[in-house]
Ligand binder design. Structure first.
Ligand code: SF4
Length: 437
């Protein structure tokens, strides 16, 4: 399995892996050793798109190099968008499937094994992926989708075209899945949707996300996270539910995309700079320890020096804990792709660099404030850079490394909680030592 893109895709990949294991398959160490290679793809950004086509093309040598029986399947957003075109371009691909029919993959692979390669793309979802079997990456963490699709049509975004209309899952089904996961040892649940804040509007006539938060927290799970929020739909009721429910992590990813109301209008984001700033002050007065992260696009068509100055100013005012900064990349089929007034590359780069500088300094300042505090972390495993360190995450989603030798053996397991004191702050992580050794 190769997974590209967002958390929704990671969640779908766990379902695909679960489905294939239910068919008797096992994970392979590398494509060279695999009988089936599945790509779960993303088309939100040009780079991921190009990388996918490059990687799939390079697998042709597997088949021509003596393993003609290897099956290659491409699903996810690029599968949904390109369908038969993908197989025309890469005829060695055996199966193309989309975002609405991952449950059909075993049957499509069976047909391909019998010499019938195919492309199957549906316009509507047949099921919530959460209803399918799953092979979770971590036994202690689970993704639970509460909505699929999106109705917002931000002018730069391809998602509504490949994921379809927003559909919510009934509240009882969400809670039942959370209860089953807790019984299975899950301690952290991440609720997923393109815009979780509008959860329930299609089913119940009004959003009920605050209720979801409270109900999932009541299942006995220790941490509840969610992604992604849309500033136009984040309401006071949800902020209250976050503040009043200890299990809901005090971290929020709230994509701003631009600090200029003019650019936000061109992006069809349906909120203004003032609205966003107002939300942040409401959030911070309800939860003073809240860690805030965001997404921002630099160089959207028509972005002027004044627009960008507004973005820079908003970032300086807010002081985000983290921000994912993207250079605008046109996606064919979206309204923004045909907008005139492209910003010159050199100007974009200059703006991007100055924004990254502001982000790095606010991230470092946010981390610095935590030095000397006690934090509960959930151990996620050994540090990737240093075998002698364990890595964990705080409720506010900060990465903390602690020396493994200082932690009792039975607590080395990932999925355990320990209290640590923070000794040192770097821009993107913290160093600490465990308390009550
Ligand atoms: S809210 Fe906007 S950016 Fe997010 S998935 Fe929907 S259209 Fe795309």
């Amino acid at each position: 399995m190769r997974t590209f893109g967002c958390q929704m895709n990671k969640h779908d990949s766990e379902r695909i892996a679960g489905l294939l294991e239910a068919e008797g398959m096992l994970p392979a160490e590398s494509p060279e050793l695999a009988d089936v290679v599945v790509f779960n793809t993303c088309c939100v950004r040009e780079k991921a798109d190009e990388r996918l086509y490059g990687q799939v093309a390079s697998l042709k040598t597997l088949k021509t190099g003596g393993r003609p029986d290897v099956l290659i399947a491409v699903g996810g957003c690029i599968g949904q968008r390109d369908g038969t075109h993908l197989r025309k371009r890469l005829p060695h691909v055996d199966v193309v499937f989309g975002t609405h029919n991952i449950g059909s993959l075993p049957a499509l692979l069976d047909a391909a094994r019998q010499g019938r390669p195919s492309v199957q793309i549906l316009d509507e979802g047949e099921t919530f992926a959460s209803d399918l079997p799953s092979r979770r990456e971590h036994p202690w963490h689970a993704w639970v989708s509460i909505t699929v699709g999106c109705d917002n049509y931000c002018s730069y975004c391809i998602v509504p075209y490949v994921r379809g209309h927003e559909r919510s899952r009934v509240l009882e089904a969400v809670v039942a899945e959370a209860e089953a996961l807790v019984a299975d040892g899950v301690v952290e649940i991440t609720l997923l949707g393109q815009n979780v804040n509008s959860y329930g509007r299609d089913l119940y006539g009004k959003p009920r996300f605050a209720e979801v938060l409270r109900a999932v927290a009541a299942t006995g799970v220790q941490r509840v996270r969610f992604a992604t929020s849309h500033p136009k739909d984040l309401c006071g009721e949800t902020i209250r539910a976050m503040a009043e429910t200890p299990q809901v992590c005090k971290s929020l990813h709230l994509p701003v995309q631009s600090g200029s109301s003019r650019t936000l209008a061109a992006m069809n984001r349906i909120y203004t700079r003032e609205h966003y700033l107002g939300l942040v002050s409401e959030l911070r007065s309800a939860m003073p320890d809240l860690a805030l992260s965001t997404d921002v696009i630099v160089g959207f068509p028509g972005e002027t020096d004044e627009d960008f100055a507004d973005t820079l100013d908003l970032f300086q005012q807010i002081g985000f804990d983290q921000a994912f900064t993207f250079i605008y990349s046109p996606r064919e089929g979206t309204p923004a792709a045909s907008m005139p007034q492209r910003v010159p590359k050199a100007v974009i780069q200059e703006r991007f660099d100055s924004l990254v500088e502001v982000v790095q300094s606010s991230a470092a300042a946010c981390n610095e404030r935590l030095v000397g505090t006690t934090q509960q972390i959930l151990i996620v495993g050994r540090s990737k850079r240093d075998e002698d360190m364990l890595t964990g995450r705080t409720g506010s989603n900060k990465v903390v490394h602690v020396p493994a030798r200082d932690v009792e053996t039975q607590r080395l397991r990932s999925g355990s909680f320990i209290d640590v004191e923070i000794d040192e702050a770097q821009t993107w992580f913290l160093l600490g030592h465990p308390l009550n050794k």
